[in-house]
Design a protein around this ligand. Structure first.
Ligand SMILES: *[C@@H]1O[C@H](CO)[C@@H](O)[C@H](O)[C@H]1NC(C)=O
Ligand SMILES: *[C@@H]1O[C@H](CO)[C@@H](O)[C@H](O)[C@H]1NC(C)=O
Ligand SMILES: *[C@@H]1O[C@H](CO)[C@@H](O)[C@H](O)[C@H]1NC(C)=O
Ligand SMILES: *[C@@H]1O[C@H](CO)[C@@H](O)[C@H](O)[C@H]1NC(C)=O
Ligand SMILES: *[C@@H]1O[C@H](CO)[C@@H](O)[C@H](O)[C@H]1NC(C)=O
Ligand SMILES: *[C@@H]1O[C@H](CO)[C@@H](O)[C@H](O)[C@H]1NC(C)=O
Ligand SMILES: *[C@@H]1O[C@H](CO)[C@@H](O)[C@H](O)[C@H]1NC(C)=O
Ligand SMILES: *[C@@H]1O[C@H](CO)[C@@H](O)[C@H](O)[C@H]1NC(C)=O
Ligand SMILES: *[C@@H]1O[C@H](CO)[C@@H](O)[C@H](O)[C@H]1NC(C)=O
Length: 798
């Protein structure tokens, strides 16, 4: 059995299917294993991978109806050497389904329904030698394999692989190639071959391999192509005739090799040749190759040229043959300091010339552009980016005669100033002066410009009239504000990142009538309310201008507490943004709350409590004052009343008609123990007019031995205020011997008394009160009790 020596198989896929959930329970099992631990489970109608002993060395699961291999199906089969899944209906294989099959040498997945291949399936199969993927509906796009150990490629190795977008083979040490191995692969988009060894030692092999992949529509890339000596090109002649598009990376050529290799290109229909990384080991003696006909070459790109012996190197032949035909010529990053007028004058077809990243200067550039003579009459694009140029006026003078020039790239040069006026080809539409050192812009710039790149200079201001300008790039300069749009009626794109812009707003953008793309991130934004609000609205796309550089580029620089915060993440509060509105709203709210609180206070009688406290305090002060006064006078407190009667106005009639007569007139009802009349203090009768009521009450209480409260519904409901006043004062002087006597005019439950009369409630529960009997005959008894109570008979009170 032939073995594949492919070590690295990388299969790149257009699509990688998602993982499937594994339902492991109820798995069927298969025990048809023989003494050699070879298990034959084929033709058994399994719809999933059955359980088989871990010891199995070979497992044949062919011709079942298995549709998927899950992550766990083959776990533990570390000894398995051969796995055959041919002829199932496999469509899904978990990416780590084969991870435990360390010993697997042969894997047959042929004749299944695999739409996609996943290189991860094979990543742990380190000893896999044979893989069969035939007859699956997948479409392999890119195949890359090879390495230092790839020694042989045999006819069968790639059987079944047909058309590919990309084939990459690293075959630097290849010693055997069966002609036709790659022959079945067609169409073939791009082939990249590393054939270092074969080109040096076995050109037949290299020629045979190249012959199998060369088609006119295939792009060939040769990597690490080193020709130190004379090469016999006869073998390659036919192959190269079929090439249209050839790239070579890392090419090394001696003079002999160059002279023998160039005839290979003689007269062939090659259209595009690109060489990246050319090392010239010789001295430039290429004369005998000056006849090479490269007239079909449209595009020649060469970059990174290194000349080993630069001192000895002398280009003794002219390179006219090499450079004169191309439409598109690039000689990039090759330390070229001169391209002679003699050469450029022959380049009559050249439309695109890129000499970026070389050593051209203001002195050698006139040679290249033939100073005053005619040259490069068809040139459209000139790229002199990355050269040592300092005089912008020289450039303008030299390109003036290129009458078809549309694109000029003079970026990454050392221009630091511009003359006040210049002349340019009238066709010039694109000018790139980025990454120079310009500080000011003058009307030197051509009016015909559609695209102007001035990024990464030191420009602060831009006020030119450029009527057809569409794109302006100003990133990396020192702009403090956006340029006004008035002068650029068809402006579409503006990039002004990494400047010193603080803010911009709708008013700036309104002058840009046609602007579609704005990139203004990475500036030092001051996150004011207007700016934040404006940018939020722009970022959600409500404006005409589209901000295209991603909201993460807009970061606040100040105020300090927002530094580093993405503007889109900033939420400024209303205090910061609308102080006036905020103040008015908060005042409104405060007034409303005040009213609300007042209403609540009123509902909860807080004023009443306050009033009480105040009155109490005041009364206390007044009483203390009088106390002191009396102490000073040395007189005893004057008791002129037996009782102060506190009653409701509505109960006045009872007080006047019953209570006063009953107590103040000498009683004769009780003949056994005739009583002397009592003196009562009634506010109606005994208060001194003209005094403050409070003082009156004070006085009355002070001058009375007892205080009688006539309690009734009226008293509690309407006169509670007075009651409490009296009561507080009474309480104040309670200690001085004045005690309260409660008379209930009508049955009154403690629960009917408002809660805030806590003192009264307390008193009612601790003190016995006299009830006014409704029955006529019990009234004398009541009078007696009351009289006794007033006389100070303590037993009566309980
Ligand atoms: C397994 O058995 C089938 C017939 O049932 C046979 O065709 C096949 O060759 C056997 N596989 C192996 C590996 O012996
Ligand atoms: C597989 O399933 C199909 C239909 O689901 C059936 O016709 C066929 O016989 C099955 N094959 C085997 C080998 O069981
Ligand atoms: C493969 O080729 C390289 C040079 O490209 C050489 O250094 C190396 O020894 C070779 N490896 C083998 C295994 O022959
Ligand atoms: C060019 O090829 C040589 C020989 O294979 C190799 O040693 C060198 O690293 C390559 N250079 C680059 C830049 O790839
Ligand atoms: C050569 O191939 C490259 C890559 O496909 C392509 O970009 C280029 O245009 C082709 N050149 C020609 C002349 O066909
Ligand atoms: C090639 O070089 C020789 C010797 O310098 C010269 O006579 C001949 O004209 C050149 N041929 C071309 C096509 O330039
Ligand atoms: C000029 O060359 C530079 C560097 O190779 C490149 O970035 C730029 O795009 C080129 N300009 C044009 C107009 O092709
Ligand atoms: C201008 O040149 C610079 C550097 O070569 C390049 O990065 C940039 O893309 C060019 N600008 C435009 C608008 O092509
Ligand atoms: C601002 O609000 C957004 C969502 O409303 C939130 O994701 C973000 O974290 C907030 N930013 C700050 C700085 O609180």
């Amino acid at each position: 059995m032939k073995h594949l020596t492919i070590l690295t198989v990388l299969l790149f896929l257009s699509l990688i299917r998602g993982q499937m959930v594994n339902e492991d329970e109820g798995r069927p099992s298969c025990s048809r294993c023989d003494l050699h631990l070879s298990c034959n489970c084929s033709y058994s109608g399994f719809t999933s991978v059955p359980m088989v002993t871990d010891q199995a060395l070979r497992l044949d699961l062919s011709f079942n109806n298995i549709t998927m291999v899950t992550q766990d199906d083959l776990i533990g089969h570390s000894r398995l050497m051969v796995l055959n899944l041919h002829g199932n209906r496999l469509a899904v294989i978990h990416q780590s389904a084969f991870d435990s099959l360390w010993s697997l040498e042969e894997l047959d997945l042929s004749d299944n329904q695999l739409n996609t291949l996943n290189h991860k399936w094979f990543s742990k199969l380190e000893v896999l030698q044979q893989l069969n993927l035939l007859d699956n509906p997948y479409r392999l796009r890119r195949l890359m394999f090879g390495g230092p150990d790839l020694k042989e490629l045999r006819r069968e190795d790639l059987s079944g692989v047909t058309h590919l977008d990309e084939l990459t083979v690293h075959a630097n040490n290849l010693t055997r190639y069966d002609s036709g191995t790659f022959g079945d692969i067609w169409p073939l988009g791009h082939v990249s071959l590393s054939l270092y060894g074969p080109f040096l030692t076995n050109t037949e092999l290299a020629a045979a391999l190249l012959n199998d992949v060369c088609y006119p529509e295939t792009w060939i890339t040769l990597v690490d192509f080193h020709l130190p000596n004379y090469v016999s090109v006869q073998l390659f002649k036919d192959t190269f005739r079929r090439m249209r598009n050839l790239s070579i990376r890392n090419l090394s050529l001696s003079d002999e090799a160059t002279v023998s290799f160039l005839p290979l290109l003689d007269g062939i229909p090659l259209r595009s040749l690109s060489i990246v990384g050319l090392t010239l080991t010789g001295e430039g003696r290429w004369i005998s190759a000056n006849r090479t006909d490269l007239s079909s070459l449209d595009e020649f790109f060469i970059s990174d040229v290194t000349i080993i012996d630069i001192l000895k190197f002398a280009m003794t032949s002219d390179l006219t043959f090499l450079l004169q035909y191309q439409k598109k010529l690039s000689i990039v990053n090759s330390k070229m300091f001169l391209l002679s007028c003699y050469l450029t004058q022959t380049m009559v077809n050249t439309e695109y010339l890129d000499v970026s990243d070389n050593l051209l200067t203001d002195l050698t550039l006139p040679y290249m552009l033939c100073d005053s003579g005619e040259v490069l009459q068809n040139l459209r694009v000139l790229n002199i980016s990355g050269n040592h140029l300092k005089s912008f006026s020289t450039m303008s003078r030299l390109v003036r005669k290129l009458t078809r020039l549309t694109h000029l790239d003079v970026s990454r040069t050392s221009y630091s100033s511009m003359p006040p006026s210049c002349t340019w080809p009238s066709t010039l539409r694109y000018l790139n002066i980025s990454r120079a050192k310009l500080a000011t812009i003058t009307p030197c710039l051509p009016k015909s410009l559609e695209v102007l790149d001035l990024s990464y200079n030191d420009v602060k201001e831009f006020v030119l009239t450029l009527p057809v300008l569409r794109e302006l790039h100003l990133s990396g300069n020192k702009f403090l504000r956006l340029p006004a749009g008035g002068h650029y009626p068809i402006w579409e794109t503006l990039t002004i990142q990494s400047n010193t812009l603080n803010v911009f707003g709708l008013s700036d953008l309104q002058s840009y009538r046609r602007l579609e793309n704005l990139e203004a991130g990475h500036n030092k934004f001051v996150c004011s309310c207007e700016f934040v609000t404006f940018l939020h609205s722009q970022l959600v796309g409500s404006g005409d201008v589209k901000i295209t550089d991603g909201k993460q580029s807009y970061v606040c620089d100040s105020p300090f507490y927002l530094q580093g915060e993405a503007v889109s993440q900033v939420n400024l509060s209303i205090i910061q943004c609308r102080p006036v509105l905020f103040v008015s709203v908060s005042c409104g709210v405060a007034v409303f709350l005040g009213i609300l609180v007042s209403v609540l206070l009123w509902r909860c009688h807080t004023f009443w409590y306050l009033k009480m406290t105040w009155a109490w305090l005041k009364a206390k002060r007044g009483s203390q004052r009088r106390w002191k006064q009396r102490n000073m006078d040395g007189s005893e407190p004057l008791l002129s009343f037996d009782a102060f009667v506190s009653y409701s106005e509505k109960d006045a009639s009872w007080v006047e008609e019953f209570l006063v007569p009953a107590l103040e007139e000498p009683s004769d009802t009780d003949s056994v123990n005739p009583t002397s009349p009592l003196t009562l203090c009634l506010h109606k009768r005994d208060f001194l007019p003209g005094h403050w009521i409070m003082d009156n009450i004070m006085n009355a209480i002070e001058r009375s031995r007892r205080t009688v409260f006539v309690l009734s519904e009226n008293f509690v409901q309407s006169d509670w205020c007075r009651y409490e006043l009296d009561f507080s004062h009474f309480w104040l002087f309670n200690a001085g011997g004045n005690t309260a006597i409660l008379i209930l005019l009508e049955p009154l439950s403690k629960d009917n008394i408002p809660k805030r009369f806590c003192k009264l409630r307390k008193l009612m529960s601790s003190t016995t009160y006299l009830e006014w009997p409704q029955e006529e005959e019990r009234r004398p008894e009541f009078c007696r009790s009351l009289r006794n109570a007033l006389r100070g008979n303590d037993e009566q009170e309980n």
